[in-house]
Write a new protein. Structure first.
Length: 181
């Protein structure tokens, strides 16, 4: 299975909704792919965290009060509706805060993560390697999120050339040849 296919099935895998064969395929991929395994673990933690959040119970008589307000002049109903929207906005803000604590933003990303971040296929990502700044750790490529963001900003604004400006000295080949014995 490919990472893209596995990531589409992770929720079904976690909820135990896959066939035994599908479950086995996902587990085999997770055993080999550290990135997908981390994403699966993060998704499981997020689901568990949402289950721990206490549900909000409306006050007694809330429904009856809402129906009564619907019968009253429009201005009263609209003020109640605005108050309800503000409450929902506060709740969303609290949820966003809790979810951001669970999944901190990554500054260094893998090739697959950058492809996902840019919302492109992995093959297209390979074709962009000459343009997008990256570095190598062992045999693996890594991308700094801020550099990818800067590259996107340059592409959006059409500034500069089609390729990213690497911060190499202009005479780096000369310097390299001087280092040889």
């Amino acid at each position: 299975m490919k990472c893209h296919d596995v990531r589409e099935e992770l929720v079904a895998y976690i909820d135990d909704e896959l066939s035994p064969m599908g479950r086995h395929a996902i587990e085999a991929h997770l055993a080999e792919c550290a990135d997908c395994a981390v994403e699966c673990e993060t998704l499981q933690e997020t689901i568990e965290a949402t289950h721990q959040i206490a549900s909000i119970q409306p006050s007694q008589g809330w429904w009856e009060k809402l129906q009564e307000n619907m019968q009253t002049p429009e201005s009263d109903f609209l003020s109640e509706l605005r108050a309800l929207r503000e409450s929902v906005a506060r709740l969303e803000s609290r949820m966003d805060g809790r979810l951001s604590q669970l999944e901190p933003a990554k500054e260094v990303m893998t090739l697959e993560e950058v492809a996902s971040y840019l919302q492109i296929e992995l093959d297209a990502m390979w074709n962009l390697l000459d343009e997008i700044p990256h570095f190598q750790v062992g045999y693996e490529l890594r991308f700094r999120k801020s550099s990818v963001d800067e590259w996107m900003h340059m592409k959006e604004n059409g500034s500069g050339s089609d390729s990213f400006h690497w911060d190499f000295p202009t005479n780096w080949l000369d310097r390299l040849s001087q280092l040889e014995p």
